[in-house]
Design a protein. Structure first.
Ligand code: HEM
Ligand code: HEM
Ligand code: SF4
Ligand code: SF4
Ligand code: SF4
Ligand code: SF4
Lengths: 394, 357
């Protein structure tokens, strides 16, 4: 029987309607010594208002440099069962679809070799197994890989990729997000499992500008589906929305950022030449409006959290790229980007930080992308630009 | 029992093996969807086929017991098919309409919380906190729990003008899209790391890598003590040094706490993606239920609910009324911390004489 801790503070977090993570830890703690000590240490954190975890110490599975994150308690005497309590990152499926059979097998393995605690999912998108000892790592890896599952990324490597639900269950997807996600994951296994980059590299794929996977905010490479043709309007469905109480002038026409729509009480008209494809009208009137024509994706780069240079959102590199299997153009672009990073990046410098440091020109020339107005919000405001000898000859 | 044969670099299994047959059949060929209620939506394919998704909240940190229970229900009602969302909700994928009511009844009986679909508050994106991270200045799971308890009705029934996306990050590394959320809580340290025992630095840390760990160049060698010292004017309390050199103690229970940022979004709808901006620079940690944080978030949400137009996100509402009005209607004080002095400071200064009094 695992040790039972008194947890008066955490017990307060079992009250209320939202499902309780404390209840989850307690369920596992009834069986697992590790989960029991996790609970005990967490109660102490709540009492002392501070964490008690330490980082560092190389741990992993043979032949891999990533996928496991070493985690150690700084109170090992008091909580010996979490003295080492590492995270195992399992590469999730595209768009997080699972079968009950897999989930149950995963639970059986994890109860045998770990704490019984998980994160579905970590913010990068891994299926996170939360907490086990060093000696369990190899058996866990063998159990998962023999069943067709692999570890995700960590450290200075390509991280586990993620994508929105896309064509699997969304009418707005312009690209095959699940397949791009899967195909790139398979292509770059070495880059994921053997860290050789200056720092982490994340790729996230969204099927449209709604960006349900938040790719523009948290990926070194953001792929966002878009289209080039018109928005087809089904006027009878427009009438249905009006009949059901939608104020089309207020909610659709007046909220269109480019003021390219008009509505005369029966007919909705779109001046497609002015539409910037923001998705607002389509998302609100999905039965009436449909993008048509050529489909593809915008390729952006560089978003990351505020460290060190301030937060960045991804910015446009290629405004429109056709994305069809085997995605060679995209893969070539990614490899070129890595080459640039490899050549010029400092240790722990994200690729976006590097491009800001070096300037877009050097980067774009290196990867072979021409300057286009879609890459900027506006042209520069100052006259302090550089000329190369080649420019002078033009 | 010996372990089975390991394999390497196989990647995850093919996604097709995990899609319900109706999705395989209508892949990329969906016509529209309808939100039936906060917890159920139906997607209709051009072929006329339908799939219903029943969404429930999850604390993200799940025990194997709960996952097994969900898997059992997926087997009973969904042919075994189940998925998770970016925001850590769980979706039961129902292909046969007659299973819809029994599934919901069982979920209700077991006290699962259905909802989160449509213009509502969905689950809170968050990070590890005291549960499992060395950098944490607060506990993310606890904050998520108390905020979602408070706003439960906006998950299960009540609507908001547009989606309200909440996030919690337990340190400035912000693992998650905190910097682009409608309302987010980000935990911060407020004092420079203190070396209590210089002998420990000598024994446990590599001085050059500790110095290199500091993004602002605040750490320099202290040759006399064979240790390091911190330049307080340069330090921005990130805790990176503690990561590589644990004797550089950054945790400070009296001075650690959270800031609240507002008005970010990632979607392109109507207006371009936006960063979140500072609303409240500091609230002290007060576990287990952080009442002061809940009060402030509620204040911001209530002001938004009272004043925003339909389909306006928090950031769009604030841009319409102006920041001076935001501080007025929420009653939150404006302080020196609100004026940027970091990398993009000058772009945030107002260069016009236009105000809303
Ligand atoms: C410059 C100082 C350092 C910083 C800022 C740092 C930061 C990090 C970060 C962010 C991670 C998590 C990666 C992830 O999200 O998956 C990590 C993982 C890790 N770090 Fe460090 N680290 C530093 C130095 C070190 C040192 C000196 C060691 C060992 C002596 C070390 C060992 C590890 C190990 C073993 C992992 C987990 C395994 C892995 O991710 O590959 N780190 N570190
Ligand atoms: C020097 C900076 C950073 C350090 C030291 C750091 C450290 C870590 C560590 C130790 C973990 C593992 C937590 C655990 O499971 O035990 C982690 C997780 C993670 N980190 Fe970072 N990190 C840093 C920066 C970032 C940044 C800038 C991002 C995103 C833009 C990020 C994204 C993530 C994500 C998504 C996870 C998974 C968290 C989860 O489980 O939800 N990290 N980080
Ligand atoms: S990003 Fe677009 S295509 Fe993908 S799930 Fe969201 S709305 Fe659908
Ligand atoms: S997609 Fe956006 S810009 Fe285009 S018509 Fe609709 S609301 Fe206007
Ligand atoms: S936000 Fe900070 S404390 Fe929280 S999991 Fe990420 S690195 Fe750890
Ligand atoms: S807390 Fe961050 S900024 Fe301050 S000394 Fe440590 S590494 Fe440098």
């Amino acid at each position: 029987m695992p040790k039972k801790y008194e947890t008066p503070l955490l017990d307060e977090l079992e009250k209320g309607p939202f499902p309780s993570f404390v209840t989850e830890i307690k369920k596992a703690a009834a069986r697992s010594d590790m989960a029991a000590d996790e609970l005990g240490q967490l109660e102490k954190s709540y009492r002392d208002k501070r964490g008690y975890w330490k980082h560092g110490g190389i741990v992993g599975v043979r032949g891999y440099g990533s996928g496991i994150i070493g985690r150690y308690s700084s109170l090992r005497e008091q909580f010996p069962n979490v003295a080492n309590f590492h995270t195992v990152r399992i590469n999730s499926t595209s768009a997080f679809f699972y079968t009950s059979q897999f989930l149950k097998e995963m639970c059986d393995i994890w109860d045998q070799y770990g704490s019984g605690l998980t994160n579905l999912h970590g913010s990068t998108g891994d299926l996170v197994l939360l907490g086990t000892n060093t000696e369990n790592l190899e058996p866990i890896f063998a159990e998962f890989s023999s069943r067709g599952w692999d570890l995700g990324g960590s450290g200075s490597a390509m991280r586990t990729l993620s994508c929105c639900v896309g064509p699997a269950r969304c009418e707005w997807s312009n690209i095959n997000t699940l397949d791009i996600n899967y195909n790139l994951t398979q292509e770059f296994q070495d880059e994921m499992h053997r860290p050789a980059f200056p720092y982490k590299f994340k790729i996230k794929t969204a099927g449209c500008a709604v960006d349900c996977i938040a790719s523009i905010a948290r990926a070194d490479l953001s792929i966002i589906g878009t289209w080039k043709g018109k928005i087809a309007v089904d006027q009878s469905e427009v009438a249905n929305y009006a009949k059901k109480g939608m104020n089309i002038t207020e909610e659709i026409v007046n909220m269109c950022p480019t003021k390219c729509m008009s509505y005369d009480g029966s007919k909705l008209t779109i001046n497609d030449a002015d539409c910037n494809r923001c998705m607002h009208c389509i998302a609100k009137m999905t039965k009436a409006l449909k993008p048509t024509g050529e489909k593809g994706a915008t390729i952006l780069m560089g978003s990351k959290a505020p460290f060190v240079i301030g937060a960045t959102l991804s910015w446009v590199i290629v405004p429109f790229m056709k994305l069809e299997e085997p995605y060679d153009e995209l893969k070539d672009l990614i490899r070129k980007m890595w080459e640039f990073w490899d050549e010029h990046g400092k240790n722990r410098e994200r690729i976006g930080e590097l491009v800001i440091r070096k300037g877009m020109r050097e980067f774009l020339e290196f990867i072979g992308v021409e300057p286009v107005p879609q890459q900027v919000k506006e042209p520069r405001r100052d006259p302090f630009f550089f000329w190369t000898e080649a420019d002078l000859q033009k | 029992m010996s372990a089975p044969q390991r394999r390497t670099d196989i990647g995850p299994p093919h996604y097709k093996d995990f899609l319900p047959p109706v999705i395989q059949k209508n892949y990329g060929d969906w016509k529209y969807h309808e939100v039936l209620n906060a917890g159920v939506m139906v997607h209709v394919a051009n072929s006329g086929d339908k799939i219903w998704s029943v969404r429930v909240a999850s604390p993200r940190l799940l025990s194997t017991d709960t996952i097994r229970d969900m898997a059992d229900m997926a087997e009973k009602y969904c042919g075994g098919y189940i998925r998770f969302t970016t925001r850590n909700n769980v979706e039961f994928l129902v292909s046969d309409e007659k299973n819809l009511t029994p599934l919901q009844n069982e979920l209700k009986a077991k006290k699962y919380m259905m909802g989160g679909i449509g213009s509502r508050i969905s689950n809170i994106v968050h990070t590890q906190g005291w549960v499992h991270c060395h950098s944490a200045c607060t506990d993310a799971s606890g904050l998520v729990k108390v905020l979602m308890d408070e706003f439960a009705d906006y998950f299960t029934t009540k609507e908001t003008p547009n989606k309200v996306r909440l996030a919690v990050a337990c340190c400035v590394n912000m693992c998650g899209a905190v910097h682009c959320s409608d309302i987010a809580v980000v935990a911060i340290h407020r004092k420079v790391p203190v070396v209590v025992d210089h002998d420990k630095v000598k024994n446990m840390c590599e001085v050059p890598s500790t110095i290199a760990a500091c993004p602002t160049g605040a750490i320099s060698p202290d040759p006399a003590k064979k240790s390091v010292k911190v330049n307080a004017d340069k330090c921005m309390y990130c805790g990176n040094c503690f990561t590589v050199c644990p004797p550089m103690e950054i945790h400070d229970p009296e001075n650690d706490g959270v800031a609240i940022v507002v008005g970010g979004k990632v979607g392109n709808l109507r207006s371009n993606p936006k960063f979140s901006k500072l609303a409240v620079p500091f609230i002290k940690n007060n576990p287990p239920r952080w009442p002061e944080v809940v009060t402030v978030v509620k204040k911001i949400l209530d002001a938004y609910l009272a004043d925003a137009k339909k389909h306006e996100r928090v950031g769009e509402w604030i841009e319409r009324i102006g920041w001076e009005k935001f501080f007025k209607v929420t009653g939150l004080p404006f302080t020196f911390q609100h004026i940027d002095d970091f990398t993009i400071a000058r772009e945030t200064f107002r260069t016009a004489a236009t105000f809303k009094w």
